[in-house]
Design a protein. Sequence first.
Length: 270
Amino acid sequence: MPYQFYIAATPIGNLKDITLRTVEVLQTVDYIACEDTRVTRILSQKYNLSAKLFDCHKFNEKERSKKIIDLIKTGNTVAFVSDAGTPGISDPGGVLLEELYKNNIKLTALPGACTVADFLSLVPRNNEEFAFIGFMPRIKNQQYQILKKHKYTNCVFFESPNRLLDTLDNIKEFFGTETKIAIARELTKVFEEIKILNIEEMIDYYSKSLVKGEIVGMIFASTNSDYEQDELLNKIALLQKEGFSHKDIVVIISKLFGENKNKIYKMLIH
């Protein structure tokens, strides 16, 4: 049984960044569901696509899922694209996929451009582990919750140009001035830019220039020594909450975890 539905990755900037297979499939399907028909029409014109376009975005995804399933059940093939990159990666797709699986639709993905993968390939890292959170929330306290949760993991995020400096300030306030960060703008486009600096240098750089274009960033994970320090502080806080005296806390932690008594005491009184 041939595939009835295709999830197709499209270029994130440079229109040539599309696979031969994706072009071939998009030239043969009957319909293309897209985040914005105006954006996809540019791609359609470049590659002579004859498929009918209709919108499918986060505000109508549930409704459009029914239309797509009806089209497929009447013998049509459908491809799904977002404005740029891979659908479902900080883009619509999750609701639609759930409905397609419920209806036993035969589907596959046409891999290709993805902002996160492109960005990470350009950033030197000590390990492969990372957390991708999509767009940073606007509210400072919500950002802090994310920063706390992913403090010891390379944390990848999207941000809009008009909020970038506020977010960088919040990162500096949470982590300190020496935190290392990578920021990329306009990936695959003419004015592509990648900067890897400490947070203070990054704020200084973007304070002096007009920030434009799509932005992806990564906060480098805090070190193991930071992790051990935080774990020790958590143990102290837990024992304090239970009402133990400073003397008791020093004895308990030193006995159970082999920590230096003077180190524990200094942390208690600061």
